[in-house]
Design a protein around this ligand. Sequence first.
Ligand code: AAO
Length: 493
Amino acid sequence: MKLLLLLVAVAAIANGQFDPQQWNNRNTIVHLFEWKWDDIANECENFLAPKGFAGVQVSPVNENVIVYDRPWWERYQPLSYKLVTRSGNEKQFADMVRRCNNVGVRIYVDVIFNHMAADNSHAVGTAGSRAVPETKDFPAVPFSSWDFHPSCDIYNYNDPNQVRNCELVGLKDLDQGKEYVREKIVEFLDHLVELGVAGFRVDAAKHMWPADLDVIYKRIKNLNTQHGFAPNSRPFIVQEVIDLGGEGISKYEYSDLGAITEFRFSAEIGKAFRGNNDLKYLRNWGEEWGFLESHKALVFVDNHDNQRSHGGGGNDILTYKQDKNYKMATAFTLAHPFSITRIMSSFAFEHSDQGPPQDSQGNLLSPVIYSDNSCGGGWVCEHRWRQIYNMVGFKNQVRGTGVNDWWDNGKNQIAFCRGGEGFIAFNLENYDLNKEFQTCLPAGTYCDVISGDKNGSNCSGKTVVVGNGGKANIYIGAKEYDGVLAIHKGSRL
Ligand code: AAO
């Protein structure tokens, strides 16, 4: 009996850090990059829960340096573990987590504990009243020079010692091998767990030693049962490890500890839906492409760095700026059973350092929400694009099924079913797709959730008539606004 209990406990720990701890009927995370906590709370209640989103990745929560002109990346330069940023204070953060959990939307925090702020000639102040640090002195933690690796630059990514012991872009490199440093980091993470978060995106994980991370992750408290988590639930961990091959550090050094940001997915999906690799090859999408196992990979079409060329992907990355291709790539990502999915929600930008929408004092501005679900005020809100949020619903509907009845034209038209729950087709050719398909769905009339929304028995977009035996004629014109058509059991009229 004791042995059994032990085995169960070990299994729980071994599996725990991969489980995103989401409600059973939901499975997609949205990164609300640079949003304010109050706005996220409203978004959980008004939009994300009703549309079936499972969780939100939020921007860093702890006090950061303030940089001249307020670029977005100042939030990646921590000063302390106090929960105060321009997204809001601790009370607002706690209130957001509570309100989101109440409607079944989990919160994942982007945590930075590889480093603290750099000596920063551009820094003009702090969120508190203290001076900008010019030494390795962070009194509000406190950390002092003793807690850091000696300063050195990373110039060779093939040298693991350098990558992990030197300073990423000059950011002061904490030594997670030190017991005191581990304690401070775990205190910070535990505080967030107490407030009800479901897990963490570990920034710059590749720049820390796996053995140190292992100790830190295992020490974090179990999730807070008062926020609806089952007893003994472990926090979800997704580690930012950029591994596109050809470097000294591999994602497999970290993939037993927790999930990994699978940057290869982003590069390959961009390549395919930009038309640089035939869609027919997506037939065996998944591990055979060199991706991690499904439950260990967190995937995305773009992230906050590679959408602005800040690392990890090259020229193939698709963003909101190539909207038709981007929506197609996102639809494929959400239609396919592979992996844990994350949607990017951006602010519009012209240059890579540009900060989020803000007033002349640097206060963040709220997104403006329009009646057609879209938003403005400088925010893009990809997650509010019909073609994207309806695919979040598609993915929820087809949970637990595999890919079947794959079809391709030998090039850039593809289609497949998800069990008997959903059907999707893509046309990236410059000629129309017009063909009879097996949709695997019961006979009936269905609303295409890409071109429209289903509202009761009405559909604002195209409809598809499925006959006895599951056959239907599918048409996607080459010049159509979108190159995808998707129907599922939940979109039956
Ligand atoms: C800012 C200024 C700096 C200044 C610094 C300190 O921009 O000029 O020195 O402050 O004052 C973000 C911004 C940074 C910003 C920083 C702090 O992106 O510009 O610096 O905040 O405010 C590496 C890391 C990875 C990191 C990525 C950006 O491994 O962890 O760089 N991402 C995270 C965050 C990110 C944040 C930080 C870390 C820091 O997501 O937002 O920085 O907290 C290779 C390596 C990668 C490496 C990239 C970029 O990738 O594999 O590990 O990422 O290079 O250096 C091909 C290759 C691929 C290569 C890629 C490069 O695709 O195949 O291997 O090209 O594009």
